[in-house]
Every structure is written in structure tokens, then in C-alpha cells.
Ligand binder design. Structure first.
Ligand SMILES: Nc1ncnc2c1ncn2[C@@H]1O[C@H](COP(=O)(O)OP(=O)(O)O)[C@@H](O)[C@H]1O
Ligand SMILES: Cc1cn([C@H]2C[C@H](O)[C@@H](COP(=O)(O)O)O2)c(=O)[nH]c1=O
Length: 216
């Protein structure tokens, strides 16, 4: 936990508006934002593990998720340069949402899941991951599909609504129903189906809660 201000994690389905929200806060206050290292997942030494995973999850799921876990840990441990820091997703959502989904859907072999889980447990038991608040941008899967189409990342063109529905349900079970996994910090829920104008208004309404995350 940071000495001054708070450290909040931004959660939400694919294309729910996390990056857009972080960009807004980075421009309007002294908040350090750490966006997801998606560019690394699309290009590690000339390879594209994100694209490979969407093409053949059973073969490449472990490859992507191992790299996601490493790059998330690197983000969590990076040097802090502002009193408040917001980070897009986390090592927790990578494991509890995406690895879990690959495994439950039968696309990740049990041995891959076991090895990733051993890594995850070692990391979270031996390294302090600072987090004071989870900001959950809650959207309908349909909204995410529409925004995903607008953003138009090449690798994600294969994503159907059903995939977003499963990811949504995993988030809901974890952060709203609180029935699946450990939640590392209090959760602030922001409804995020609205248009940009209304979303900016909601961000303003919640700004103080996010900045004072340490006291939540
Ligand atoms: N409230 C909103 N209304 C309409 N479009 C939005 C809204 N927020 C974000 N978008 C657009 O949706 C797409 C996905 O947003 P993004 O912030 O990249 O999502 P995420 O980081 O959660 O994947 C982008 O094209 C972005 O401009
Ligand atoms: C954390 C994580 C992400 N992914 C995938 C899901 C999306 O296609 C991108 C992230 O994009 P977003 O718009 O920022 O949601 O990466 C994954 O497959 N596994 C993961 O652990």
C-alpha cells in the first residue's frame, strides 16, 4: 500500500472503456496511469501471442497467459511517480478471469493450468502487490461488442458475443456476487454503458473516491 494517496486497479470486460477512462484521469489530475501492456502481448520479439491465442487457444493460451502474468507483475512493481496511481486490470484479473475461462471452457490443458497456478500462487504469496481500490467499469456484453467493433483490433475480430458474456459473468461472480475468488481491495462499481458525455460526468462524481482510495 502506498504511503500517499492510493493505488487503484481498473477492471472491466474487453472494450468496456478502461483505457478511455484512464486517459481522462491522466489528463485531468496528478494521477499516474498504467495502461495494459497490450502492445507487448501483440509483439514479443516479433511474435504475436495475443493473435495466436485467439486463433488456437488450446495451443497458445499458456504462452499468452505466461507472458501476461510477467508483464502485469512488471507493471505492478514499477516505480511510482505520482501520489495516486491507476492501473488497467491486474495480475488478479489475468488469472481469475482469463486463465480461469480458458481452463473452464476446456481450452487449457490441466497441466498448463496447474503450472500457471503455481506461478501465480508463488508470486502473490511472496511479493506484495499494492492495491487500495478496485474500480469496476460495469458494462453489458452487448455494449462491449459494439465498442470492440469500433476499436477494430485485428486479433479480436474473431470474438463473439458469447465470449464477452462469459468474461462478464466471471467478473460479476468475482466482484459483485463475491462468490468465486479473493478480492484484494474494496470495489467501486461504475456503470459504464452510457455515452462518453455521461461517462465523463460519472468519472467526475467518483474522482474523490478514487483519489482517496487509501481511505476507502
Ligand atoms: N462511453 C463510451 N461510449 C462510446 N464509446 C466508447 C466509450 N468509452 C470508450 N469508447 C470507445 O470504445 C472502444 C473501446 O474503449 P477502450 O477504452 O479501448 O476499452 P478497454 O480499454 O476497456 O478495452 C474505443 O474505440 C473507445 O473510443
Ligand atoms: C488481461 C488479459 C487480456 N487478454 C486479452 C483480452 C483482450 O483481447 C486484450 C486486452 O484488451 P482490453 O481491451 O484492454 O480488454 O487482451 C487475455 O486474453 N488474457 C488476459 O489475461
Amino acid at each position: 500500500i502506498m504511503a500517499i494517496g492510493g493505488f487503484s486497479l481498473q477492471k472491466g470486460n474487453i472494450a468496456s472503456g478502461k483505457t478511455t477512462c484512464l486517459e481522462y484521469f491522466s489528463k485531468t489530475s496528478n494521477i499516474e496511469v498504467l495502461t495494459e501492456p497490450v502492445s507487448k502481448w501483440r509483439n514479443v520479439r516479433g511474435h504475436n501471442p495475443l493473435g495466436l491465442m485467439y486463433q488456437d487457444p488450446a495451443r497458445w493460451g499458456i504462452t499468452l497467459q505466461t507472458y501476461v502474468q510477467l508483464t502485469m507483475l512488471d507493471r505492478h512493481l514499477s516505480t511510482i511517480s505520482a501520489p495516486v496511481r491507476m492501473m488497467e486490470r491486474s495480475i488478479y484479473s489475468a488469472k481469475y478471469i482469463f486463465v480461469e475461462n480458458l481452463y473452464r471452457s476446456g481450452k487449457m490443458p490441466e497441466v498448463d493450468f496447474a503450472v500457471l497456478s503455481e506461478w501465480f500462487e508463488w508470486i502473490t504469496q511472496n511479493i506484495t502487490i499494492p492495491v487500495d481500490l478496485i474500480v469496476y467499469l460495469q458494462t453489458s456484453p452487448q455494449t462491449c461488442l459494439e465498442r470492440l467493433k469500433v476499436r477494430c483490433r485485428e486479433e479480436e475480430k474473431v470474438i463473439p458475443l458469447e465470449y464477452l458474456e462469459v468474461v462478464h459473468q466471471l467478473y460479476e461472480d468475482w466482484l459483485i456476487k463475491k462468490t468465486s475468488f479473493h478480492i484484494p481491495a474494496p470495489v467501486l462499481v461504475i456503470s459504464a454503458d452510457d455515452d462518453m458525455q455521461k461517462m465523463l460526468h460519472q468519472y467526475e462524481e467518483n474522482r474523490e473516491k478514487i483519489i482517496a482510495a487509501r481511505n476507502v
